[in-house]
Design a protein around this ligand. Structure first.
Ligand SMILES: Cc1cc2nc3c(=O)[nH]c(=O)nc-3n(C[C@H](O)[C@H](O)[C@H](O)COP(=O)(O)O)c2cc1C
Length: 480
């Protein structure tokens, strides 16, 4: 639906709508929605006549908003002026991925780090920056931004913004919204460790906690400033989006509660000598996303991860390994589990003549050929276990040709129950990328028949959520 904008209407109609809104105690935007709703239901109201509607029988603004925009929860995201502001652009995407409607407010300082244009392009909404903006303040827009949402998220929450919140300042749009709000507030502090440890910030944090403000992070780690590390990094966008989602949808169903789920992810590194190794291009993103989705579904998750550049998902038990043999040992140690998902790209071969010391180049001499031997096949080993075989074993087949044929052969050869097959030929950009196009092959336990379900291209998070939903419905069916 087109955006509602009364700025484009005639002055007379605009004044009439403002008057009517004031009489009915609604914002102008809400009043226009009421008028449109009535018009679409064949009511007598039209923009020209604008008869007054009795306030008592009118749906409240929250109901109107819900009808207008579906049941999406709404977040007002306030971006403070810290170096982590660039991550807030990603946070907009992460919240939208979770079906959250986002409206962005940038402080003056935030606009030195990111632009309102980028924030509005990503949120598909106007981004707000100015308390005294005549275009949004003719009907006290800061009050609407404070109230027409289900949650306010402040990320990054600068030391300055936290001080203002703790002391009730309202001298700019962000602080005025925070002071005028009656909604839950979640802040993600981000600052230099010395600022975070400063007595003034400690006092402000304590005050904010007393005031019922929720907080996520800051995390420990390296700072943007050279050679600085400590507590002060903003929590990662996915962590903040998850925390927001939990606050917005606290009663999310947990279909995998009580289930132990084992997931492998990432590549393996097979040593050539103490400094060199054979690896592959797997990023681990898909396996990590599945771990996160399984945890969100209530499962007790063990993630056995090869070497990756990803942050550990919250609430997941992560075991880091290097080689295929280490990975198998960690997988065996994690048994018994209810569900095992083998998303790691395990190296098929390892070097037999691995150098105990760094192999030296000798002028004019070719390197001794590397002798390779087959690695243990983790998927087949676990699928064929006599004792402790997980009731549901899922493998991944990354293929560059004959995808379904190869995946069908693999499900039979390995003895697993399901295979998630994806085409990883370089043109797809899947290896290391953020999206995935998969086919789910499932083997009927009774008949052995294999069914193929082709999914539309989607983000790796959505693949994870869809897979976990399929697992949940299969587990529920088996238990029935
Ligand atoms: C390069 C640069 C990076 C900054 N990073 C941070 C930061 O990470 N956290 C913080 O609290 N302040 C940081 N500041 C200071 C804030 O920008 C400053 O306190 C500002 O007044 C905050 O305004 P706001 O809270 O209205 O957004 C930084 C300043 C500069 C110049």
């Amino acid at each position: 639906m087109a955006n509602l904008s009364i700025r484009n209407l005639d002055d007379a109609i605009r004044d009439e709508i403002r008057l009517r809104a004031a009489r009915n105690g609604r914002s102008v935007e809400d009043e226009v929605r009421v008028i449109l709703r009535e018009a679409s239901q064949g009511g007598h109201t039209a923009a020209a006549g604008l008869p007054q509607e009795p306030p008592s029988t009118a749906p409240n603004s929250r109901e109107i908003l819900r009808q207008h925009e579906g049941s999406q929860p709404k977040v007002t995201l306030i971006v403070g002026g810290g170096i982590a502001a660039y991550k807030s652009l990603d946070l907009i995407r992460r919240m939208k991925e979770r079906g959250i409607h986002v409206r962005v407010v940038l402080t003056q300082a935030a606009q030195r780090f990111v632009t309102a244009l980028a924030a509005s392009a990503l949120s598909n909404e106007r981004a707000y920056t100015d308390l005294f903006d005549p275009q949004s303040e003719f009907d006290a827009g800061h009050i609407r931004l404070a109230r027409e949402c289900d949650l306010i998220v402040v990320a990054p929450a600068t030391a300055d913004l936290m001080a203002k919140m703790a002391n009730g300042h309202a001298d700019d749009l962000a602080s005025a919204i925070l002071l005028a709000s009656n909604k839950p507030i979640l802040i993600a502090p981000a600052m230099n460790p010395l600022m975070w440890g400063n007595a003034a910030t400690r006092r402000n944090v304590a005050q904010l906690q007393r005031d019922g403000i929720r907080m996520i992070g800051p995390n420990a780690g390296e700072m943007a400033e050279r050679n600085e590390a400590g507590v002060g990094r903003m929590a990662e966008p996915t962590e903040i989006a998850e925390a927001a989602n939990t606050l917005l949808r606290p009663q999310r169903p947990q279909p995998l509660k009580g289930k132990r789920v084992l997931i492998t992810a990432g590549p393996t590194h097979e040593p050539i000598d103490p400094v060199r190794y054979i690896a592959n291009r797997s990023s681990g993103k898909q396996g990590y996303a599945i771990a996160d989705a399984a945890r969100a579904a209530g499962a007790d998750v063990i993630l056995v991860s090869g070497p990756v550049e990803l942050d550990e998902p919250r609430g997941v038990n992560v075991k880091h390994v290097e080689s295929a043999r280490d990975m198998l040992a960690a997988v065996e140690a994690a048994l018994p589990v209810d569900i095992a998902i083998f998303a790691a790209a395990v190296a098929d071969w390892r070097v037999v003549n691995e150098g105990a010391q760094k192999l030296k180049k000798k002028a004019g001499e070719a390197m001794a050929p590397l002798q390779l031997t087959e690695n243990p096949d983790i998927l087949a080993t676990i699928s064929k276990l006599e004792a402790n075989r997980p009731p549901l074993v899922i493998g991944f087949a990354a293929e560059t040709e004959h995808l379904i044929d190869n995946a069908t052969a693999k499900i039979k050869r390995k003895g697993c129950d399901w295979i998630v097959a994806n085409d990883v030929s370089p043109a797809t950009g899947i290896m290391g990328g953020d999206s995935n196009t998969v086919n789910l092959l499932t083997r009927d336990k009774a008949t052995g028949e294999i069914a193929v379900d082709s999914w539309a291209p989607m983000s790796k998070e959505d693949v994870a959520a869809t897979l976990v939903a399929r697992i949940a419905s299969s587990v529920t069916k088996d238990n029935a």
